[in-house]
Every structure is written in C-alpha cells, then in structure tokens.
Design a protein around this ligand. Sequence first.
Ligand code: ATP
Ligand code: MG
Length: 376
Amino acid sequence: MEQRIRVLLIEDNPGDARLIQELLSEAGLFSLDTVDRLDLGLKSLSQKTPDVLLLDLSLPDSHGFQTFLQVHTHAPMVPLVVLSGLVDESLALEAVRKGAQDYLVKGRVDGQMLSRVMRYAIERKGTEERLKQANERLKKLDELKSNFISAASHELRTPLTAIKGYVAIVLQERVGKLNDQQKEFLGYVKDSTDRLHRLLDDLLDLSRIESGRVEMRMTLTDLNLLLKEEVMIFKVQADNKGILIESEIEPSLKKIYCDADKVREVMDNLISNSIKYTPKNGKIKVSARNEGNRVYIEVRDNGIGIKEEDQMRVFEPFQRINRDETEDEEGVGLGLALVKRIIEAHGGVIEVKSTEGKGSVFAIRLPVEKRGERQG
Ligand SMILES: Nc1ncnc2c1ncn2[C@@H]1O[C@H](COP(=O)(O)OP(=O)(O)OP(=O)(O)O)[C@@H](O)[C@H]1O
Ligand SMILES: [Mg+2]
C-alpha cells in the first residue's frame, strides 16, 4: 500500500480549510492536519515534519509575506505551497521566488490539481535539495583545487629559488670563468627560471585571492602619481616596439582607499597586455578621471582587439585568445583573471570593450570611500 502523504494546512478560514480537506480526501492519498494560527503551525512543525505544507498567508497572528518568511525559516526543508487569494497573487509569486515550491489561488482549485501540485512540490523540493548538495560538493572541490594549486606553487618556488641563486652565481663568474656559449645558454636558463617564477607567483596570488585568503592592505593612495609612474615604467618596452604610450590623468583625481601594490599589479597586467597585443607603431593611452564617488581608469590601445564572443572569457584563468597572431607572445592567461579578482576585492568593476582589428579598452571603476579592511 502506498504511504500516505502527510499534509499540514495552516489556514484560518474554516470554509477554505473545509474545502481543502474535502478535495484531499477525495484524492485519497493524503492525511491532513489543520491549524488556524501561525504560532500553532510553527509548534506543529517543531513536533513532526509533514511531507508538504499548505500555507495561507493571512492568518490572525501574521500577515502577508512575513507569514511565508517565518514558516520558511522555521522549516526550510519542508516543501511549501502558498494558498493565495486573487488579490495577493503577486505575493505568492514572490514567495515562490524566495523558496516556496508553488502556489494555489483559492477558489480555483480542484482535487486533481491540488493533488498534483502537492506531489510536484515534494518532487521539486527533492530535486532542489539534490542540486544544492551537488553545488556544495562542487564548491568543496573548487576549494580543494585552489588549495592544491596554492600548495603546489608554493612548494615549487623553493627549489626554483635555489636554481635561480646558483645560476646567478655561475653567471656572475664567481666560481670560474665562462666561455661565450656557456654564458649565452645560462642566460636562457635564467630567463626561463624568471618566467617560471613569475608564473608561480601569479598562480599563488590567484588561488589566494580565490580562497579569500588575501588581505587587501587599504591605504589612502594618490592614483595620479601611481598611474604616471606605471606609464613611465613601460615607456622603454613600448619604445622598443615602436609603440607610443601616453597618459591623460585628471589633475584633481580623488585619492582612494586601495591596496596600492595590488593596483600596480593591475596596471602592470593591463599595460603589458596592451603592448603585447598591439602591433608596431600602435598607440596606448592610460587615462583616469573622477566619476561621482568612484574613480574611472582605462587602458586603451589600437591593437589587434578581441572578438565579441571571446570578450567575457578573457577574465577567466588560462584563457588565451588570438593564438595564431600572437604565438610569439609569452603568457599563460592568468593576468586578467588576477586583475578582475583584485578589482572585485576592492568593490570595483572591470569591463572590456573591444573591436577585432581596431583595439581594446579595459575600463575600471574603483570606489573612493573606505571599505572593509579585509576583503576576499
Ligand atoms: N589589450 C589586449 N588586446 C587584445 N587582446 C588582449 C588584450 N589583453 C588581453 N587580451 C587577450 O586576452 C587573453 C588573456 O589575457 P591575460 O592577460 O589573462 O593572459 P596573457 O597575457 O595571455 O598571459 P599572462 O598575462 O598570464 O602572461 C590574452 O591571451 C589575449 O588573447
Ligand atoms: Mg597578460
């Protein structure tokens, strides 16, 4: 014999309650408990858990959305169907958005419908719970992955530091003279280990930020100065490629609370990308201006650009686009992932606007006011 479905009905109108009772007994499969006040409903829920809950939102001791909230917080795991009148249908919909499984409009319910809605509510709740659990498991896995990356890159840095140190000593000829070819080859070793070191740093940073373990050291910062310095730093690199780099910074640019080192890292990544992905004789412009209680910063280039469909992807780790044209440019695709996470940890946003073949604009908005000291 099929198990009966236990229904708790919280409804103060005797007529409505009676109707539900009749419809359910017609269907046969249900056993029904009825209470006519919220407090009695909550009490009943504490004593035994029904398979499904039918809830009228206007009760003698609670009204409207509040009724749903109280019941749902009290028994979040119980499938819940809201009973609504025609006038408060929008309330019922809101309840569905906030976690109810379904709603019924009084006076428009027949036995078949009622029984179908109840079974469906139970099924749906079950599916939601399973999805939630699957999601939790994924989150755990993701965390595990971040921890693994973080531990691995940390461990790899130690031997690498030793390699770098010894290569430097040998290259400086502190332990004997080198011939030209030995020097050349060791030079390549040095470049590669430097690159590896940077890569590990990026990986470590990324996993730290993702796991919320990075502490932003917020200080009042003069971005005007910082941005001009950044442009200066890249001047040589740009010149070497025949690229013009300039800045246009509002003189009265507001000072903002931020982690200056991290913002430098952001600018390093954006500007070096612009240089990487802009052909000879190109142009790069870094500008900044006040925008209400935010500061707007952009890095604009007239380089190869990014296809519309690739633009969202560039902020995800290990995404590299335009491989053919930029094959000779090194990189693993971590720069922009890091940039986005740093900006978001500051409560800011970053956007890209780009046209393939024409150029790209990376636009940042950072809040001026002081925010929480620790942000992840
Ligand atoms: N200014 C730009 N113009 C055109 N494409 C760009 C620009 N900036 C980024 N991209 C594209 O977005 C991809 C991701 O950029 P990101 O900085 O994350 O990685 P990367 O530069 O390839 O490597 P890394 O920064 O880790 O050394 C790049 O590979 C490139 O295809
Ligand atoms: Mg990059």
